[in-house]
Design a protein around this ligand. Structure first.
Ligand code: NDP
Length: 681
């Protein structure tokens, strides 16, 4: 008997005495056994809540991002990755399939590390949108904030992506401040276990950040409550069971679902057999059928094509499929490996049988396949199968064969194509292959209510396109209706899904203290030291410089016009400027006002301010006429140290006002400021 795959529970590895055998997908050899019998699920949840969560939330977003980056680097080490690849072959995956899973997963960690650093503050609160004024006097305002929850993120994954499936859920949850309990699908859990073991051994994540359930989920969900969430990927059937779990129905547990999806690819009416788009379409369908042997939640199940060229499409796809070598995933020349298990092959055969009531097989035989390097019957091998739908076919929009199977469906008009796509009742990913912008717009707008992501592919973006089926960390992954209604990834959106959004109402000082960003109306501090003389360590939110006033003369405006070449009539032609309904005479250039403001607030000597790297939200509110005088108030709005540099970012609130006190221009000035000054101090 082989060993039993352990789980990682409350800081230690635990394995029961026996379990269900897990077999090599291509040889049928037993690899390991799996069972979660005897696992203390209550202790896992408790450990995550009491130990993992507080330790993660003691870190700022940037510190969490740095841990993710270090982890991604460690997992990228050749020897570490090679071990994962060796195991991945046993799941039936080829080298290319494994890259999508293993490198794709590590890439997602890198992407979240980078986004966490660049797009989140170095704090623990995310501000959502601008301050909302709630009172006329400015003393009562509102601000939406996102904060971490003191809960646990449970992930229940499908068998097809044992590495990516875990890491794409772990990264956003960790950034959001949540510990994860990972429950991979049993079939391929040995690969997930190997990655979890490495992560634990690296010791880069705080204790309690990550636990593993090998085997069934047992009564894990019974222990969850209103601060916890479950992210599920798998069948619609299991999703329904989870939706009806008392913890979800009555206990306030948040459930996100990614389930079955009958994704489509639509070929535009503008495309003829000789266009590059025809080849792109055919190649896309074949790739989606054969990568991971079609066991991808985003794979193209329905190829929707103009009736006039449907025969050509079928012939071209069949030609390409005929060149696909099926076999042991690590054997030379093999393009497509095995399905994850013999049971999965039975499922696919059953699904093809169901499809045959409304479609004919035009390529492949689900019961026969030539296999290289392995025995066709002991391994879970199956031929790619292409079907062609009968007119008005229904099953092709309802039955999801989770394998290398796709159906060609023909249409006459774009409206019909959209209607056919919608019969999938909601999908994760769709694609439209066309070189005609009008066709693209019509189909895409028709498809969007039914899709989480849509690729528009043509000769112009094909070179760089990541293809129909690749979820990307910066774009949302999920879909409406049948696809489950969940949403993951999408950059920082995926982090915020794990956090609580709360509307805070209070005075500007209170909102500043809570959100960590200076708010208009909050106290400004002027202590006689110019804030440009203060290092990052010395600067405080609210530190302010109020400048002297300066007159803007007609000569200033003329000089600026001459010097820059900006001789727009409002600055140079008195008559035309007088006729302008907004100005009624010569006005200063907005950029002159901003430039003069810099001259008013700057402290010119060498000091801790190293650079100005831009302005945000610049608005010109009141025209400045010749003879008006202006002054500027500059206050520290937000301070963001950079972890790996000896400087940080300071965002300043700038308000330029005229002699009447009216705001002339408002904007944020962005600077880099040394952490200490003098720098060797
Ligand atoms: P399942 O729904 O059977 O399993 C998915 C996950 O749920 C596994 O980890 C499984 O654990 C777990 N699970 C099963 N029953 C329960 C339960 N009652 N409570 C808690 N967890 C449970 O899907 P499969 O992975 O077997 O895939 C089957 C089908 O799902 C595919 O044929 C395909 O149609 C669809 N699928 C969709 C995907 C998508 O993203 N849209 C991705 C992958 C699959 P265990 O393995 O231990 O049973």
């Amino acid at each position: 008997m082989s060993a039993v795959l352990p789980s990682y529970v409350a800081g230690r590895w635990f394995a029961p005495d026996d379990g269900v055998p897990l077999l090599d997908a291509s040889t049928g050899e037993e690899i390991v056994r799996v069972s979660s019998s005897g696992l203390d699920f209550a202790a896992m949840v408790d450990y995550a809540r009491q130990i993992g969560g507080p330790a993660i939330r003691a870190l700022t977003f940037h510190e969490r991002a740095a841990r993710l980056k270090a982890l991604a680097k460690a997992l990228s080490e050749r020897a570490v990755k090679d071990a994962f690849y060796d195991l991945s072959f046993r799941t039936g995956a080829t080298q290319r399939d494994s890259m999508v899973d293993i490198d794709g997963g590590i890439g997602t960690l890198f992407a979240y590390a980078s986004k966490g650093t660049r797009e989140l503050p170095d704090g623990k609160v995310v501000l959502d949108g601008p301050v909302e004024p709630l009172g006329k006097g400015g003393s009562f305002v509102g601000q939406h904030v996102f904060v971490s929850r003191p809960g646990v993120a449970v992930q229940i994954n499908a068998f097809n992506f044992p590495v990516w499936g875990m890491l794409e859920k772990l990264a956003p949850a960790f950034l959001a401040g949540l510990p994860s309990i990972v429950k991979p699908a049993s079939q391929t859990a040995y690969l997930t276990e190997a990655v979890v073991r490495q992560i634990i051994d690296f010791g880069l994540l705080p204790a309690g950040s990550l636990q593993l359930v090998s085997g069934s989920a047992g009564n894990l969900l019974d222990h969850l409550g209103p601060q916890d969430s479950v992210a599920f990927t798998g069948s619609a059937h299991t999703a329904d069971i989870l939706r009806q779990h008392p913890s979800v129905l009555h206990g306030g547990v948040r459930l996100g679902v990614e389930a079955d999806s009958l994704n489509c690819s639509v070929l535009g009416t503008d495309v003829s057999v000789d266009d590059p788009e025809f080849e792109l379409f055919v190649k896309g369908v074949v790739t989606e059928m054969t990568v991971k042997a079609g066991q991808k939640c985003t794979a193209i199940r329905r190829a929707i094509v103009p009736a006039a060229i449907a025969d050509d499409v079928v012939a071209a796809i069949s030609d390409r499929l005929a060149k696909v070598t099926v076999g042991k995933p690590d054997a030379d020349g093999v393009r497509m490996g095995a399905l994850a298990s013999l049971a999965q092959r039975d499922e696919v055969r059953k699904a093809v049988e169901a499809l045959r009531t409304s479609a004919d097989i035009v390529f492949g035989d689900p019961d026969r396949v030539d296999v290289v390097g392995a025995d066709a019957e002991s391994g879970a091998f199956i031929s790619p199968v292409l079907l062609r739908a009968h007119e008005g076919a229904r099953e092709v929009h309802d039955v999801e064969p989770f394998g290398p199977v796709s159906t060609v469906i023909s249409y006459e008009t774009l409206d019909e194509a959209i209607d056919l796509a919608a019969r999938g009742k909601g999908s994760l990913a769709g694609s439209v292959i066309t070189h005609d912008p009008e066709v693209a717009r019509t189909i895409v707008l028709g498809l969007t209510p039914w899709h989480g992501r849509i690729l528009v592919l043509d000769r112009d973006d094909a070179g760089e396109s990541t293809g129909h089926g690749s979820p990307l960390p910066m774009l949302v992954h999920g879909g409406p209706g049948r696809a489950g209604g969940g949403e993951e990834l999408g950059g920082i959106r995926g982090v915020l899904h794990h956090m609580q959004r709360t509307a805070i109402q209070g005075s500007p000082d209170m909102v500043t203290a809570i959100g960590g960003r200076w708010t208009t109306g909050a106290q400004r501090r002027e202590d006689g030291i110019h804030p440009f003389r203060k290092s990052l360590a010395e600067l405080k939110i609210g530190d302010t410089i109020s400048s002297d006033a300066r007159e803007v003369t007609r000569e200033d405006i003329a000089t600026f016009a001459d010097f820059t070449g900006d001789t727009f009539y409002a600055h140079t032609d008195p008559e035309a400027a007088a006729a302008n309904p907004l100005f009624g005479g010569i006005v200063a250039h907005g950029y002159l006002v901003v430039s003069l403001a810099a001259g008013l607030f700057v402290e010119p000597h060498p000091g801790p301010v190293l650079a100005n790297f831009g302005v945000d939200n610049l608005r010109f509110l009141t025209p400045v006429k010749a003879g008006d005088s202006i002054a500027v108030t500059l206050s520290v709005k937000q301070i963001t140290p950079r972890l790996s540099a000896d400087y940080g970012e300071v965002r300043w609130d700038a308000v330029v006002s005229n002699a009447d006190g009216d705001p002339v221009a408002t904007y944020d000035v962005l600077t880099l400021v040394a952490k200490t000054w003098p720098q060797d101090a």
